[in-house]
Design a protein around this ligand. Structure first.
Ligand code: FES
Length: 171
């Protein structure tokens, strides 16, 4: 069962929405279930003059756990520097939510991947150095995106074929 915190973060997605002209945008999908998440952030400065994630929002098309973890990662990343945000792990999100059912643990990966991709997007577009680990994660996420495209392409093709067949069937 879900914890009360998971249900709260699912039913009150206060960080849900888009940011116009974001500094970073991450678009990811889960190759197992096909759930999709977009994460946007804008940078600003804190009182010490450090560059931090000032505004951050998400849009997720997915299960309860996907939405709750999306909402939580946004909470965890807000106010952090890029370096600090990169350290947020799926374990941190699950812990902050008071746990997830074991079968739903994989859903938290979507949130971490979306943040990773948004940070990658920011660094690449601002010609900033990309840490090796981030480069590796980005390559892995790109591979998964290709799998999703392939999977959905074949699903859509099959769906269309079935639809055509059903349409042509005499009633
Ligand atoms: S079942 Fe797809 S992310 Fe949860």
């Amino acid at each position: 069962m879900y914890t009360n915190k998971v249900l709260k973060y699912f039913s009150e997605p206060k960080n849900y929405g888009q940011i116009k002209n974001p500094d970073g945008l991450g678009k990811v999908g889960n190759p197992i279930c096909g759930d999709v998440m977009w994460l946007y952030f804008k940078l600003g400065k804190n009182k010490k003059g450090e560059e931090i994630i000032k505004d951050i929002k998400f849009e997720t098309f997915g299960c309860v756990a996907a939405i709750a973890t999306s909402n939580m990662i946004v909470d965890l990343a807000k106010g952090k520097t890029i370096k600090e945000a990169l350290k947020i792990s799926k374990e941190d999100i699950v812990k902050a939510l008071g746990g997830l059912p074991p079968i739903k643990l994989h859903c938290s990966v979507l949130a971490v991947d979306a943040l990773t991709e948004a940070i990658y997007d920011y660094l690449i577009h601002h010609k900033k150095p990309i840490p090796k680990e981030l480069e590796k994660s980005h390559e892995q996420i790109e591979k998964e995106k290709k799998i999703i495209k392939q999977k959905y392409k074949s699903w859509i093709t099959t769906e269309n074929k079935l639809h055509k067949k059903a349409k042509n069937k005499p009633r």
